[in-house]
Write a protein that binds this ligand. Structure first.
Ligand SMILES: Nc1ncnc2c1ncn2[C@@H]1O[C@H](COP(=O)(O)OP(=O)(O)OP(=O)(O)O)[C@@H](O)[C@H]1O
Ligand SMILES: [Mg+2]
Length: 333
């Protein structure tokens, strides 16, 4: 096996830069991860999708050696997270660890400093900093004291800071949460660029559209388990491309009418809505016809592209249909 690796190329013995095998993590009675198997080959992006409490951050913490798994094994850049955490840490780019940056420093000075810490010479460190400032749209605020920078700027700097060492494995926990649309698009470009340059990227998100744009592979995490994985295309094929939602005056009666018409809707009692996957407009009219046959007005009608809810619905296990958004709210099952 590889050891004492100094360069990116030298460590590229296997193709999978992230590999987890039956990773489990418990917090007392809470099972945060329940046997997660994942691989992320070099040069690819894996998006880990899941609602609040699904276990995304816990998996990120295990991969970045911040948390110890209670069972299973994980290798990152060829090194075991339990046996060789220091070697893992030296090879990964993560975010969220630079929150305590010196407020009096500027984004440029921060990135130059980090690049120097990664062993770059003065000139190379400045070049690297400028490249990152450009990539993350920070050039305009490069010379501003951090304390005068907005929250979004700080987040982008935090992301840039995680990449100063040109990591071969990048692990990002909801990197686009709280970013404005422009910064979000810029980050997507950065992530794709990292993969093009050969890095393995694992990022978590609650946004199916984001995963669709970014991922080579999507893994859907639910209650600590991977309930589906595949390319965005494969996943969407299982989910259907769209759904139709109606809000009739009497949702229960409408549900009955749809079922009588051979259609299985997902009822959201809180919102009083019924949702049906509808890949074609024909399926939309089927819904309307079934309601009409029972003399039911559909009320508000909306067509939507699939989101994480639809993915979950399509993959629903008997206990999960219509369940709360927060996956940490566990049923008795
Ligand atoms: N330190 C901890 N102690 C106890 N329980 C924890 C701890 N960290 C996480 N959990 C629990 O583990 C489960 C998974 O949490 P995790 O933070 O990994 O979810 P997540 O998918 O990142 O959610 P979010 O979208 O809210 O960030 C949840 O039930 C959570 O309450
Ligand atoms: Mg989280």
């Amino acid at each position: 096996m590889t050891s004492a690796i100094g360069t990116k190329a030298a460590s590229a013995t296997g193709t999978d830069a992230i590999e987890t095998l039956a990773i489990g993590k418990r917090f007392g009675p809470v099972v945060a991860l329940d046997g997660v198997d994942l691989t992320v080959p070099r040069g690819t992006v894996l998006c880990l999708l899941g609602h609040n409490g699904a276990g995304k951050s816990t998996l990120v913490d295990v991969l970045t050696t911040l948390a110890r798994p209670t069972s299973g094994t994980a290798r990152v850049a060829g090194f075991d997270v339990l046996a060789e955490p220091h070697k893992v840490r030296r090879r990964i780019g993560v975010t969220g660890q630079f929150a305590a940056l010196d407020d009096r420093m500027t984004p440029r000075a921060t990135l130059v400093l980090l690049a120097r810490l990664h062993g770059l010479g003065r000139r190379a460190a400045h070049a690297r900093a400028d490249e990152l400032l450009e990539r993350f749209g920070l050039a305009e605020v490069a010379a501003r004291a951090l304390r005068a920078c907005s929250g979004g700027t700080r987040r982008r700097l935090d992301l840039a800071a995680g990449l100063t060492g040109r990591p071969e494995v990048v692990v990002l926990d909801e990197p686009t949460a709280g970013l404005d649309p422009v910064s979000r698009l810029a980050l997507w470009d950065v992530v794709r660029g990292l993969a093009r340059d050969g890095a393995a990227v694992l990022l978590t998100t609650q946004d199916l559209a984001e995963a669709d744009r970014l991922a080579d592979t999507i893994a859907v995490l639910r209650r600590g388990r991977v309930v589906a994985s595949g390319t965005p295309g494969e996943l969407k094929a299982r989910v259907g491309s769209r759904s139709v939602t109606v809000r009739p005056a009497d949702p229960a009666a409408a549900e009955q009418a749809l079922r009588a018409g051979g259609i299985t809707p997902a009822l959201d009692p809180a919102r009083g809505t019924l949702t049906v996957p509808a890949a074609s407009s024909r399926q939309v009219s089927d819904v309307l016809r079934a309601l009409d046959a029972a003399g039911i007005d559909p009320g508000d009608l909306t067509l939507s592209e699939p989101g994480l809810d639809e993915v979950y619905l399509a993959l629903a296990t008997p206990d999960s249909a219509g369940s709360a958004r927060d996956d940490s709210v566990r049923g008795a099952a």
